[in-house]
Ligand binder design. Structure first.
Ligand code: DC
Length: 214
């Protein structure tokens, strides 16, 4: 499958890939899709209907009926959404049901920046530009904790770190589409980078890849 101007941004939780991907999309003037929101919306739709996010049948049905409007729910950030998303994301039928949504989104505009866990490995294996954005678990936990503080959500750093470790484990060890760096992805380790430095490194890598593919 050829996918012109698809930029795949994968990486673990709280690595800063969302900020980076949004900024890349604005810079390249192409749409941006945070694919974590799809799994979050499926998880929270189930919870709000009193259903278990591990219920594969119900989760797949919700995923198949997902609309772009569901991504605007105001309860998609926070610990319950984090965990519900990670649970539904491990269900093969949910992932299958969301493949088309992601490919249609990018095709509709002739390209897009998508961030997630399997964009470069599964959704767009032929994407011309792929990044794998990561940072040490300690730095990711601290960034997530500061983000929560800034939103007025009380949490302690040790709990945030534990949640990040649990989600990393769940996302990286699930049998279906585990979090994995694509062989042809450029690694951006943001542990010691400012957001600006990370953006410049990402932009240089994406420009080089897009130019090569043109
Ligand atoms: O990127 P995020 O933290 O919003 O993602 C929420 C959960 O959804 C995460 O635990 C893993 C899952 N996810 C996934 O499996 N595949 C994606 N493309 C995006 C997210």
């Amino acid at each position: 499958m050829t996918a012109p101007r698809v930029v795949a941004v994968d990486g673990p939780a709280a690595a800063g890939k969302g900020t980076l991907a949004r900024r890349l999309a604005a810079h390249l003037a192409i749409p941006y899709l945070d694919t974590g929101l799809l799994y979050r919306a499926v998880g929270m739709t189930l919870l709000s209907r009193g259903l278990d996010p591990r219920d594969a049948g119900a989760a797949a049905a919700v995923a198949a009926a997902l609309t772009i409007e569901a991504l605007a729910r105001d309860d998609l950030r926070g610990p319950s959404a984090d965990m519900a998303a990670s649970r539904v994301a491990a269900i093969p039928a949910v992932r299958d049901a969301l493949v088309g949504f992601q490919r249609r989104f990018a095709a509709a505009e002739g390209g897009a920046v998508l961030d997630g866990r399997d964009i470069g490995t599964r959704i767009f294996p032929d994407a011309p530009a792929k990044l794998f954005v990561t940072a040490s678990p300690a730095v990711r936990a601290e960034r997530r904790w500061k983000e929560l503080q800034a939103r007025g959500v009380h949490a302690d750093l040790a709990t945030v770190r534990h949640e990040i470790d649990t989600r990393d484990r769940q996302d990286a060890t699930r049998p279906v589409a585990p979090l994995l760096q694509a062989a042809d992805a450029v690694l951006i380790d943001t542990t010691w980078l400012t957001p600006d430095q990370a953006f410049q490194a990402a932009l240089a890598a994406v420009r080089a890849r897009l130019a090569k593919a043109a």
